[in-house]
Design a protein around this ligand. Structure first.
Ligand code: R5P
Length: 313
């Protein structure tokens, strides 16, 4: 099978180059700019006819990125690409997975319905699956999910001695439990109540018994950082050490990173699903493997083996 051609959407060049070298793939050139009126201009400068193509686009700030991504995907198809995949290390709109108030847009499903027809496959990292069992509930194309837990476990094992891992809410237990098992640490799960975008409280019973350990907060997304800030306040009150805060996806809305440091985080660490100075945990090797697998499954399917494969990495 010929290696796919990977095109970086704006802001994804370094990550795309890293993936391309891991996958022994070619990096394509994509020209993107805005016209003076704000519309998007997209041009694929590398031929795609007959090739498997993957667009690399992490989807934080999705409203700024999605149209250009759809234009690029559609252009690749029009120009004869054999298949078009999407590597979105961070997948947007996953948290609006329920009509919390009457009349709300159910954007997790709507966003899936918008992206799916443009692609043959999708690879992402730990999408926020809370009320949905799998991406198949939202995306109609085959998808592979890379789990950050094993790589975070390795980082914790190498970097931190005598840690206690802490998940800020019940949803986090799925990955905090896995990270703890891999790192050989105890873990506990707090209880969170969110009343608004920035209005979060967390209850932390029994944390005092872990006073001799380094508290390590782990969450899938750090957005406003209010969840971690609320948890960090308890550690201070309990006389614990300053926490290390680990996020799979460092979205960092506005001043969130500075706010978290000001609230007493000893260190903030993220995976490289969204470029940020806190990136310290590399998920590109796992993404490269998953993307290579998806591209080759698609090629086999288009060669006549038409089975819908769900791949979990
Ligand atoms: C929520 O369910 C997620 O797992 C995170 O806890 C949440 O997205 C964090 O958001 P923020 O940083 O805005 O508190």
């Amino acid at each position: 099978m010929t290696a796919p051609v990977l095109f970086p959407m704006p802001g994804n060049d370094a990550f795309c180059a890293h993936l391309a070298s891991l996958m022994h793939a070619r990096q394509g050139e994509l020209d993107y700019r805005r016209f003076p009126d704000g519309e998007s201009y997209v041009r694929l400068d590398t031929p795609v006819a007959g090739f498997d193509v993957a667009l690399i686009c992490t989807l934080n700030a999705p409203d700024e990125k999605t149209l250009a991504l759809l234009f690029a995907a559609r252009t690749a198809r029009e120009l004869g690409a054999r298949s078009v995949g999407l590597v979105a290390p961070y997948l947007a709109y996953m948290r609006q997975d329920k009509r919390f108030q009457a009349g709300e847009a159910l954007t997790s499903a709507q966003y899936g319905a918008l992206l799916s027809p443009a692609f043959d496959w999708l690879v992402t990292v730990d999408p926020h699956l809370h009320r949905h069992k799998s991406l198949d509930d939202l995306y109609s194309v085959p998808s592979a999910v890379v789990h950050a837990a094993p790589v975070i476990s390795e980082w914790v094992r190498e970097q931190l001695a005598h840690a206690v891992l802490i998940g800020p809410d019940s949803e986090s237990e799925q990955w905090v439990g896995q990270v703890a098992a891999g790192a050989g640490c105890p873990y506990l799960i707090l209880r969170k109540t969110r009343r608004g975008d920035r209005d979060v409280s967390v209850s932390a019973p029994e944390i005092k018994r872990w006073r001799d350990r380094v508290p390590v907060l782990i969450d899938d997304i750090i957005s406003t950082a209010r969840t971690m800030i609320a948890a960090a306040a308890h550690f201070k009150d309990a006389g614990m050490q300053a926490p290390v805060c680990i996020g799979v996806h460092g979205v960092f809305a506005g001043t969130a990173h500075a706010d978290l440091l000001a609230a007493g985080a000893a260190r903030v660490v993220t995976c490289n699903t969204i470029p940020h100075p806190t990136n310290a945990i590399d998920l590109a090797p796992a993404l490269a493997q998953a993307a290579a697998r998806m591209a080759s499954h698609t090629t086999q399917r288009s060669a006549g083996h038409s089975r819908r494969d769900g791949v979990t990495t």
